[in-house]
Structures are given as structure tokens and as C-alpha cells.
Ligand binder design. Structure first.
Ligand code: LER
Ligand code: MN
Length: 277
């Protein structure tokens, strides 16, 4: 498994779930110096990144772009897949396809968290689902030939009313019918919505390709009460090899949070590798 850190550009809104909100170059250098293997970029649009400069930086500091997350497409520009207006859905598809093109440059995945949208008042879950699947289909047709995975993230009920738990995520991933559409899980949301980490990970085994990590209070791992023993044991059991990316609050301060996450997760990884030997 590899360790990642979620970061966002300096102008990202305060509700972006990232540790470092700063110039991307500085955040990536810091993540590298702390020992992370990769970063997740929380972006609104592909034009926020200079591809050539970023590639040179990544080579210099030795980290990769694990994922591009799209929550700000929803949070800042209110573009999302379940919107009742077709023009808005089309704009959301265009944005996500821009991020897919960018991700292809870096071998990264594209996350579909809040940009999937929600069930509007007076509408049914079926309506939201049909709109979501139609938009997802258009994006998958772009992502598939580029070798980019689209990863659907269940998000807890206090943030959305659409795709809250891993079973719902898994069903919609399967229903999409695209091999490039996968499930990503987030321990923070799972702790609220899924009855058991073990059962959810085992059920999603063949579809989970990325994981957000935080403790029960969304602080860095080790600063809350999530059962990390159970989580690491089941990840080893299902043979998960992907990223564990810290999507945590920048508290008590960004650097301390990022340092705690990498220290805690590396120690756990070493321990589980040792146990398997
Ligand atoms: C939001 O809570 C979250 O976990 C994000 O990764 C989804 O966009
Ligand atoms: Mn998340």
C-alpha cells in the first residue's frame, strides 16, 4: 500500500477537505519531505495545473499524483450529475472530462464524491440515479480509452442523501457496466454508514481501488477511536494494494496533522508487513 495526502490550491474554499491549502508546489514538496508517496489534488478545473511544471516537480521530489478529486466542482461551481437542468449536467460532465484528461497525464484516478450530486426535494432516488448513471456513462467513455479510473465515493448522510454507504456505492458501480468505474471508500464515512468495516471491505474487495483515511473525528489517524487494527487486518486479508490517502482536518495545524498521519500509517503498514512474514 502507498500513502497519500490530499492538498488543494491556495484559493480553494475553507470547506475543502485538505490538510495543505497553499501553492501546489509548496504542498507537494512538504508531502514529499514528510515521506508520502503521492498527493491527491482537489481541483475545480484542469486549467488550475501547469502540466509540464508539475511533471518536473514530481520527478524532482519523487512523489506521484494518486488522484484528482472533484468536490470543488460541486462546492464552488454547483455543477453536479443529478442536477435537474440538462445544461448544468452537461457542464459538470465537461469539467469532469477535463479532470480526466489531466489525470491521464499523471496516471491518476478521478474521484466522484460530492460532484455526483444529491436527490433533489420532490424528486425520487430513481431520478437521481438515472441522471447520475447517464453522466457517468459519458465520462467513462472518455476515461476508459485513456486508462483513467473513475472512483465513486460513498459519502455520509449529513453531507448528501445519495450513495451513503459502501453497498449503495458497490451497486451503482456494478450497474454502470464500465470496467473503469470503481469504488473508493472513506473510513470517516464508513464509520458513520457501514455496519462493519470488515464486511464492507470484503464485499467491495474486487472493486475498491482507493481509500481515504481519517480517524473517527476526521483528525489524523491515531487521534480518534477508529479500530485501525481491524481495518488493517481486513485490508491485508482482501489483498488491498492501493493508496491510503489522508483526507483529514488541518488540526491542530496542517503540518502536525500531515506528520501524524504519515507516521501513524507507516508504523501500521510496517507492523502488518511484519505480521505477514
Ligand atoms: C467529503 O466528505 C469527502 O469525503 C470527499 O472526499 C468527497 O468529495
Ligand atoms: Mn473522502
Amino acid at each position: 500500500m502507498k500513502l497519500g495526502l490530499a492538498v488543494a490550491p491556495r484559493d480553494a474554499p475553507p470547506d475543502a477537505f485538505v490538510v495543505f491549502r497553499d501553492d501546489l508546489e509548496r504542498s507537494i514538496e512538504r508531502a514529499a519531505s514528510l515521506g508520502y508517496d503521492g498527493v491527491e489534488l482537489a481541483l475545480r478545473e484542469a486549467a488550475q495545473v501547469n502540466v509540464g511544471a508539475l511533471k518536473r516537480l514530481l520527478t524532482r521530489v519523487g512523489v506521484e499524483i494518486a488522484c484528482i478529486s472533484s468536490g470543488q466542482v460541486f462546492a464552488v461551481d454547483r455543477l453536479y450529475f443529478t442536477h435537474p437542468e440538462e445544461a448544468v449536467r452537461r457542464a459538470a460532465i465537461e469539467r469532469i472530462c477535463g479532470l480526466i484528461g489531466l489525470a491521464a497525464e499523471f496516471g491518476a484516478k478521478v474521484n466522484l464524491g460530492r460532484a455526483r450530486g444529491f436527490i433533489h426535494d420532490g424528486e425520487t432516488a430513481e431520478t437521481a440515479k438515472a441522471r447520475f448513471l447517464a453522466c457517468l456513462d459519458r465520462c467513462a467513455q472518455v476515461a476508459d480509452p485513456l486508462g483513467v479510473e473513475l472512483i465513486v465515493e460513498p459519502v455520509n448522510r449529513y453531507e448528501t442523501n445519495f450513495i451513503n454507504n459502501c453497498q449503495e456505492g458497490l451497486e451503482i458501480v456494478k450497474e454502470s457496466g464500465h470496467a473503469c468505474v470503481k469504488l473508493m471508500t472513506d473510513l470517516f464515512h464508513m464509520n458513520i454508514e457501514d455496519a462493519s468495516f470488515g464486511e464492507a471491505f470484503k464485499a467491495g474487495k474486487d472493486y475498491i481501488s482507493y481509500i481515504h483515511v481519517a480517524d473517527s473525528n476526521r483528525l489524523a489517524p491515531g487521534w480518534g477511536h477508529l479500530p485501525f487494527d481491524e481495518v488493517f487486518q481486513v485490508l491485508a486479508e482482501i489483498g488491498y494494494q492501493g493508496y491510503l490517502t489522508a483526507e483529514i482536518l488541518p488540526k491542530p495545524d496542517p503540518y502536525a496533522a500531515a506528520a501524524q498521519a504519515v507516521r501513524y500509517l507507516s508504523a501500521r503498514l510496517k507492523r502488518s508487513a511484519h505480521t505477514r512474514c
